[in-house]
Design a protein around this ligand. Structure first.
Ligand code: T1G
Length: 701
């Protein structure tokens, strides 16, 4: 961990060196200032190059430091704004040489340099808003001056990361020709003795045709959904750039930053950042277990899930072979994938060349033998145990030893599937979420016999295709669906208590859920939920569900696929409330005779979210889930749980466990109280005053 300083031929090269991502904590900031001062005071030095090596420039401020809040190292001098001001005030030209990620404070120091040269691997962004913050070291003041207010606002409010091509396009950097370090040294030498191009001397430009700044920014604020503190503060800060010199604007920006660091949203998003990185890490994996290489993936079953999985593999650069039960089904599956790329090209999401290259890596096989050379085969056929066991017998017959056999089952017993083969150690569950090429969550299911190398291979595959992987052991519904069952149970119970389905959905959506439970079931298919409830009623007659959803199914209202479910849907797929369902729900509740008129919005949220918490804790107690934060990762990336609330368990910690426990005990005393036995882990944590997810450290305990 250092800043190396090498000087030759009148140019000093300052190298940021702090593995793995050159994040800038207090000690790095001190070293950077010292190295800069040394280069500036060295008379033999005409110019300076600042770089982070060939893999990463800098991921910005050290996010771990934020845990200590505004009185912690983040706001201890020298702060990042102080480092940036020193670069800006330098009397010798400084060229930033950028390879790999140049994010947050990393981009802010680069923008304070007098020129930015990049390699094609460079990626630029100010993603602070994704941490519930804003760029706090001058980013909101310098970016609008370099690329214009409109482009700057879009980048800062979205937190999106752009590649080198786009950065050159918007004037943020120049592409280096040849070796980056050498090119930067040449460039710096060429700048010496010339007037310094300080970003702070530039003016921020409003978009052409926009004269009224106040109206422009008001419109930006009005467009924010949801209206969270950070995006709003981002707009406020960029607006300052139009009326304040950089130094003053940066001072006001840092004040805004200091306020945001303490917000519950930022704490939740920072928790989420580290939880995502801890997920998929298996402390129990024996050291030295290395994943097997995956070059070619086979997919059996090319329906919605199978074709989505194929697209995820093709997007990640993998060779992919499809097979299905009939030539017609196979052709339809291939057609689905071709249509996807045609529309992605039309929408400008990928270029025609890229789409063509991806489709070139797609093959179809009209029999299992065509999968023989695959390193991994994912089965995505109809959710029936015997059908899946037949597929696995075939895969066992055709695949080479060492290949990984995976099932996309969402509810069935993976061990029973693996038992159909002679190599259960090479069988793993890869449970994708629909649409499989979009949803980031991947439940990696570890069977009784699954080997450590198979697990490591599955996790590496998940990273390759850009997924956040969470490991689950075998149980009915694994992590996500098992918790979802109890969430749904409470949503239906609220209808029994006289609360209409749309109120439940509206309250949860206003609270932040991407979609309410009734709308989710209409999307997933109410017939699927019905089949699961029937199966569960046999296995667990002592845990009956509300009969309300069954009544919907008896009316053949299976959801979007049948044009109506809890809602009705127009041709454009827009949902609307249905008087017939209002009537059905009201009569249903009257028949049960447990109607309550005092159910508050808070109770609706607490019932549904606490049900997730309680069942999640049971999964931890049973050893199905590895760690508490994984449960939150599953819900944020697989079930539309709002990231700015961290996840169900983090939200419970925010509410206070005594409060959560007391609410659960109240629910336990009420309607269907048997469903509210508090999990021992909750009682234990509340009694000890600990959190379910104590996580502001790098490693999840
Ligand atoms: N601070 C601390 N740790 C960080 C970090 C950071 N900024 N970035 C990454 N890590 C850790 C991460 O936890 C993991 O640790 C390891 O590095 C590898 O990360 C004033 C306010 C750079 C694109 O938001 O987007 O600057 O799990 O697994 O997939 O305006 O990390 O191994 O123990 O993600 O190759 C703004 C965050 C900060 C960028 C690399 N910066 N990082 O991705 O590796 S706020 C960001 C990333 C700021 C100023 C403000 C990615 C990456 P571990 P990884 P990767």
């Amino acid at each position: 961990m250092s800043i190396q300083l090498e000087t030759s031929g009148g140019v000093s090269v300052l190298t940021i060196d702090r593995a793995p991502v050159n994040s800038l904590d207090l000690s790095m900031r001190i070293r950077l200032l010292e190295a800069l001062a040394a280069a500036l005071s060295d008379a033999s030095v005409e110019a300076i190059v600042l770089w982070g090596g060939s893999r990463v420039f800098s991921a910005g401020a050290d996010i771990e430091e934020f845990a200590a809040g505004p009185r912690g190292p983040t706001c201890t001098e020298p702060t990042l704004p102080t480092v940036v001001a020193a670069l800006d005030a330098a009397t010798k030209p400084i060229v930033a040489a950028i390879a790999g990620p140049c994010l947050g404070g990393g981009l802010e120091i680069a923008m304070a340099c007098h020129a930015r040269l990049c390699a094609s691997t460079a990626r630029f962004g100010l993603p602070e808003v994704k941490l519930g913050l804003l760029p706090g070291a001058g980013g909101t003041q310098r970016l609008p001056r370099l690329v214009g207010v409109e482009t700057a606002l879009r980048l800062i409010v979205s937190g999106d990361v752009i590649d080198a091509r786009r950065a050159v396009e918007i004037g943020l950097a120049e592409l280096a020709s040849g070796d980056l370090r050498d090119a930067a040294i040449r460039h710096a030498r060429a700048l010496s003795g010339k007037p310094l191009a300080r970003t702070s001397d530039l003016n921020a430009r409003l978009p052409d045709g926009v004269s009224a700044a106040a109206e422009y920014f008001a419109a930006q604020r009005a467009g924010l959904r949801p209206a969270l503190p950070a995006p709003r503060a981002c707009i406020d800060a960029v607006e300052l750039a139009l009326s304040h010199p950089v130094a003053e604007g940066s001072r006001l920006e840092f004040e805004l930053f200091g306020k945001l660091i303490e917000t519950p949203e930022s704490k939740a998003l920072r928790y989420a950042f580290f939880a995502d990185r801890s997920a998929g890490r298996l402390p129990a994996l024996p050291p030295g277990v290395t994943p097997r290489a995956i070059h070619r993936v086979g997919i059996v079953g090319t329906g919605t899930m199978g074709s989505g999985i194929a697209i995820a593999c093709l997007d990640a650069g993998l060779a992919t072979t499809l097979t299905d039960a009939t030539p017609a089904a196979l052709a339809a599956g291939r057609g689905r994938i071709e249509t996807h790329y045609a529309s992605a090209t039309k929408k400008g999401r990928v270029s025609a060349d890229v789409a063509a290259e991806r489709l070139q890596r797609l093959q179809t096989a009209d029999s299992y033998d065509g999968l023989a050379g695959c390193d991994l085969v994912i089965e995505a056929v109809y959710e029936d145990l015997e059908v899946k066991r037949t597929v696995f017998r075939e895969l066992d017959r055709v695949l080479e030893p060492g290949a990984l056999l995976a099932s996309n089952t969402s509810t069935l017993d993976l061990d029973a599937i693996a038992a159909a083969t002679a190599r259960p150690a090479d069988v793993v569950g890869l449970h994708f979420f629909s649409p499989a090429n979009v949803m980031r969550l991947l439940e990696v299911v570890r069977g009784r016999e699954t080997s450590a190398v198979s697990l490591a291979t599955a996790l590496a595959f998940g990273k390759t295709i850009g997924k956040v992987s969470v490991v689950a052991r075998v149980c009915d519904g694994f992590i996500g669906n098992r918790m979802f069952e109890e969430y749904l149970r409470q949503a239906y119970a609220l209808v029994d208590l006289g609360v209409l389905p749309w109120r439940v959905d509206n309250v949860l959506e206003r609270w932040g859920m991407a979609m309410g439970p009734f709308a989710v079931m209409d999307l997933a298919g109410n017939d699927i939920g019905w089949a699961i409830r029937k199966r569960r009623a046999i296995a667990h007659p002592e845990r009956p569900y509300s009969t309300f959803p069954d009544k919907i199914c008896e009316l053949k209202r299976f959801g979007r696929k049948s044009g109506a479910g809890f809602y009705t849907y127009d041709d454009a797929g827009r949902r609307s409330e249905d008087a017939a369902i209002t009537k059905l729900a009201t009569e249903h509740a009257q028949a049960i005779g447990a109607i309550r008129s005092d159910v508050s919005d808070d109770e609706i949220v607490e019932r549904c979210v606490s049900a997730l918490v309680n069942e999640g804790l049971r999964l931890l107690e049973e050893g199905i889930a590895e760690r508490a934060s994984d449960l939150d990762v599953v819900y944020r990336h697989g079930y539309g749980f709002p990231a700015h609330r961290g996840g169900p368990l983090f939200f419970a910690d925010t509410l206070g466990l005594h409060h959560v426990l007391e609410s659960m005990r109240n629910f336990h005393a009420g309607y269907q109280g048997w469903a509210w036995e508090p999990a021992p882990r909750l009682i234990y944590a509340a009694r000890r005053g600990t959190c379910l997810t104590d996580i502001e450290t790098r490693r999840v305990p």
